[in-house]
Write a protein that binds this ligand. Structure first.
Ligand SMILES: [Zn+2]
Length: 57
């Protein structure tokens, strides 16, 4: 699975064994993302630079 970097548009691969809260860097620009779980157990990436208003606790 892969997503596009929101900053440079590069492709970031999400490893199959990635875990929620794992940090993954964009290989092109180095922007850091955190692995988040979406609906249906799918994994996605959220830009780490955002000052997490969204963390719940
Ligand atoms: Zn990037």
């Amino acid at each position: 699975m892969s997503v596009n970097c929101t900053d440079c548009g590069g492709i970031i691969e999400i490893p199959e064994n990635a875990e929620v809260d794992e940090i993954i860097e964009c290989p092109d620009c180095g922007l850091e993302y955190v692995v988040v779980e979406m609906e249906h157990g799918l994994l996605s990436l959220k830009e780490l630079a955002l000052k997490g208003e969204d963390w719940g606790e």
